[in-house]
Write a protein that binds this ligand. Structure first.
Ligand code: TXA
Ligand code: MG
Length: 347
């Protein structure tokens, strides 16, 4: 149950003054939600155990699921973690941006932030409001996605208000997140070898083009077994699950169009649907994902679409296309598989 206790300050299109106030709140151990280029983050000081504990309480998140720390500059990582040539190369190429790198942690980062692990995940967001906030606060900010645990990540301040109003001290409203899916998470294994723990907008193709050897952690594409601990502990939880039963359709665009045509027009059934299919499907309940040829737009729309499904109580079943695994498609594939609890119907 939600307990509304706090008078949440909401700063729309925040000025530098507003950002400075939010930075002061963070320095005082309070919770501040801020926009990033991926999704909104629920921030607190990463140096303060009590503040970190408040994040877990507000999100309703299991305490073994570690938090990413956000920094103003890639160079700052050496204060909080043991960096390596591999980190430096990744930082030169992709930071600031939608990339998180897991490194051995230094003692100043409490175990309550890392879920008891001796590593810490580091990210340098490129969103100007996130950057200004981190500069003004001049401390590392631990921030998971700003949704309640189990809900789709928040890509607008409206989503954050739905989930977190009264549970955080302030929300910086910076409009819609640009990318809409969470950052790529990498675990370096050598100078050029990295394990991909969570796919995002920094893709396998981009990494291999730059000389990295990428191994895919199997939790990205397969359901973790009972008692199995994925390298990114969060991957074992069923995230983003809509209330309706979700089923992924594995087939060509024509197969999916045919499946939709043959389904009865039933208001308890909805389809997450590409633009190209909308006109061909009779009177179906449709939630738009964007064009089949624009996976970046699909990524931008996905979490909003899942929230729309939850807002319509009459929807009991929702079908969605199983995406290709190329480029950012792998991130869509991973999020949709998890949302559907790995239920796939072969057409
Ligand atoms: O784009 C993002 O990464 C967003 C924005 C706000 O920065 N943050 C985000 O945080 O998605 P969260 O907490 O929702 O997801 C973090 C993931 C979890 O799966 C967690 O288990 C993993 O990162 N993680 C964090 N620290 C880790 C560590 N030391 N080792 C392995 N995985 C870690
Ligand atoms: Mg999350």
């Amino acid at each position: 149950m939600k307990v509304n206790q706090l008078n949440t300050l909401i700063f729309k299109n925040p000025s530098q003054d507003d950002i400075n106030k939010a930075a002061e709140l963070l320095r005082a151990g309070k919770l501040v939600v801020f926009p990033t280029e991926t999704v909104y983050g629920l921030g607190a000081s990463a140096l303060d155990e009590t503040a970190a504990a408040r994040i877990y309480a507000a999100k309703g998140r299991p305490s073994d699921n570690p938090l990413i720390i956000h920094l103003a500059k890639a160079n700052d990582a050496s204060k909080y973690a043991d960096i390596s040539p591999c980190y430096e190369k990744l930082a030169d190429l992709f930071m600031p941006g939608p990339l998180t790198v897991v490194l051995p942690k230094k003692d100043c980062i409490p175990f309550s932030v890392t879920g008891g692990l001796d590593t810490v995940a580091v990210r340098v967001p490129s969103h100007p409001i996130a950057h200004k906030l981190l500069e003004a606060a001049s401390i590392p900010i631990a921030a998971p996605s700003a949704n309640r645990s189990g809900r789709p990540s928040c890509t607008t301040a409206e989503h954050v208000i739905e989930d977190m109003n009264g549970m955080v001290d302030a929300i910086l409203d910076g409009g819609e997140s640009d990318l809409g899916l969470e950052s790529t998470i990498l675990l370096p294994r050598g100078d050029k070898e990295v394990v991909l723990l969570r796919p995002g907008a920094i893709t396998i193709e981009m990494l291999t083009e730059n000389g990295f050897e990428v191994t895919l952690d199997k939790a990205v594409t397969e359901k973790p077994k009972e008692n199995e601990k994925p390298l990114a502990p969060g991957m074992k939880y069923r995230h983003y699950a809509p209330k309706a039963q979700m089923i992924l359709l594995d087939g060509t665009l024509d197969d999916i169009a045919e499946f939709m045509r043959q389904s009865p027009d039933d208001p308890s059934v909805a389809f997450l649907c590409y633009d190209e299919l909308k006109s061909k499907t009779g009177n179906k309940k449709i939630i738009n994902l964007g064009s089949v040829s624009d996976p970046l737009l699909q990524a931008h729309n996905l979490f909003h679409a899942l929230r729309c499904v939850d807002q319509d109580d009459s929807i009991k079943t929702v079908y969605a296309p199983l995406p290709d695994q190329e480029n950012i498609g792998l991130a869509l594939y991973n999020r949709l598989l998890k949302a559907a609890g790995y239920t796939v119907k072969k057409l």
